[in-house]
Design a protein around this ligand. Structure first.
Ligand code: ADP
Length: 240
């Protein structure tokens, strides 16, 4: 399958272009914080509860809050019906996503509590774990959870020898490598990498270039996350 035609990708994007992103904070009434996010064909909802009492109680930590993260795909989110419930893939994604967010949350402020993050994929189109992390970050801020910064996530793929930002389904499926990243952004600067996974094969130089491409993409997503928070709490008129 030809994925690059005349220097453009199948959906018309340049190599360093993100898919269209839409973010809305505070869409659920019962959750403490929430977010709806679209990243290309991905449509996800994040809900945050807490800090709250831990159930079951034996899981509580006397020195800090515990963080729980559940990534889950609706059965109608992919072409073939997905069997409902957790599977190996979603358990792994939940674990690495929790680890990607933990460094940003000020857990020490809430001993014996839990902060529970649920993310539901309504429609998946590659990069759903990155879309979920971006939504979860906004939902955490919407919940008023004290944070040291914000986590922003995007993938890079290698397709027909080229590195491309934010791959969609065909690029992910037929490409030579897929590398999702998450970054901790603090005071408007990328401070650290909190998630880095890789499927496939890259040279060391390609990995370095992939990191630079992902960083540029993450800064754009970060601005949209910030705008979504501002829109909810300050009103639309302040946003240029
Ligand atoms: P990510 O969504 O984070 O890229 P994967 O690389 O595992 O995670 O999956 C890539 C894409 O493959 C998903 O976004 C989704 O479109 C599709 N996919 C994942 N799991 C399934 C499944 N069980 N059935 C059908 N398609 C799936």
């Amino acid at each position: 399958m030809e994925l690059i035609v005349d220097g453009r990708r199948l959906d018309g994007r340049g190599f360093d272009e993100l898919r269209p992103i839409k973010i809305e904070a505070g869409i659920l009434n019962r959750a403490d914080g929430s977010c709806y996010l679209e990243m290309g064909g991905n449509k996800v909802v994040a809900a945050v509860y807490g800090p709250r009492e831990v159930h079951p109680k034996h899981l509580e930590d006397p020195s800090k809050a515990i963080i729980r993260y559940r990534y889950s795909m609706a059965s109608f989110s992919v072409e073939e019906r997905k069997r409902p419930g957790p599977d190996r893939r979603s358990i792994e994604i939940s674990k690495v996503s929790r680890e990607a967010l933990e460094p940003v949350i000020m857990k020490e402020l809430f001993p014996r509590s839990s902060i529970d993050i649920f993310v539901e994929v309504l429609q998946a189109d590659a990069g759903s774990r990155t879309a979920c992390l971006n939504a979860a970050s906004v939902a955490l801020i919407d919940a008023g959870v004290p944070m040291k910064g914000i986590v922003t996530s995007v993938a890079v793929a290698k397709v027909e020898g080229f590195l491309v930002l934010d791959p969609m389904k065909d690029e992910d499926y037929y490409g030579e490598a897929d590398v999702p990243f998450a970054f901790l952004i603090r005071n408007g600067k990328i401070e650290s990498i909190t998630l880095l996974q890789m499927d496939g094969r890259l040279t060391v130089d390609e990995l370095k270039s992939a990191l630079e491409l992902a960083k540029r993409g993450a800064m754009k997503i970060y601005k949209l996350q910030r705008d979504a928070i501002l829109k909810r709490y300050v009103g639309e008129e302040v946003i240029e």
